[in-house]
Design a protein around this ligand. Structure first.
Ligand code: 5GP
Ligand code: ZN
Length: 108
């Protein structure tokens, strides 16, 4: 299996795990765009959101909510890209949880 996120789920590639359910896994992004940037992925492989079962889909947002709450960030983005033209680089569904710094201009 060459899918990098499937390999993370199997424990073949290390990650900083945050939380887990029977259907989803949350871990820190390897190249965070802000402090606390995390990813939430389904354990079921699917390239795009439209490839996933309803059950896997339904589990992602509650876990993303838990992760967002745990960061304590007042401001955050939930982002999910599908397809190369939509800036998807890893071909396994993932939800970004991106906390925003608590400053007016977001520079520090
Ligand atoms: P995309 O552009 O596909 O929506 O985002 C893919 C994300 O996965 C990027 O933010 C990237 O830093 C992250 N990423 C890629 N490879 C790895 C990895 O091996 N481990 C972790 N933790 N994150 C990864
Ligand atoms: Zn996969």
């Amino acid at each position: 299996m060459s899918c990098i996120f499937c390999r993370i789920i199997k424990g073949e590639i290390p990650c900083i795990k945050i939380a887990e359910t029977a259907k989803s896994l949350a871990f820190m992004d390897i190249a965070p765009t802000s402090k606390g940037h995390a990813l939430v992925i389904p354990k079921e492989h699917g390239e795009r959101l439209t490839d996933l079962s309803d059950e896997s889909c339904a589990d992602l947002l509650p876990l993303a909510k838990r992760v967002a709450k745990a960061t304590g960030a007042e401001n955050f983005n939930i982002l999910q890209n599908n397809g190369r033209l939509a800036h998807q680089e890893v071909g396994h569904v993932h939800v970004h949880v991106i906390p925003k710094p608590n400053t007016e201009f977001g520079l520090v």
